[in-house]
Design a protein around this ligand. Structure first.
Ligand SMILES: [Zn+2]
Length: 78
């Protein structure tokens, strides 16, 4: 029985250690996501991912600076 309590204490300790080490990370990831830059494959300009136009071209997802570039891109490739 005493062994079980020690194991539980160890598990609780690990959870607390894990939270103190990685607790701040989800917020960092969120801010990184918001400011993540993606390159428009049509004109080469970098745009923030949350403002980019996402388009699936030939099964791959691309991000464009504008609807115009998104429309131009597939025709350029063929
Ligand atoms: Zn563009």
């Amino acid at each position: 029985m005493a062994r079980l309590i020690i194991i539980l204490a160890l598990v609780a300790g690990f959870i607390m250690l894990y939270k103190s080490l990685f607790g701040a990370n989800p917020r960092l990831e969120d801010s990184a996501d918001a400011s993540e830059m993606v390159q428009d494959p049509n004109c080469g300009v970098y745009v923030p991912k949350n403002q980019a136009i996402a388009r699936s071209v030939q099964g791959k997802e691309h991000f464009f600076c504008s609807e115009k570039c998104a429309d131009e891109y597939p025709s350029k490739k063929s």
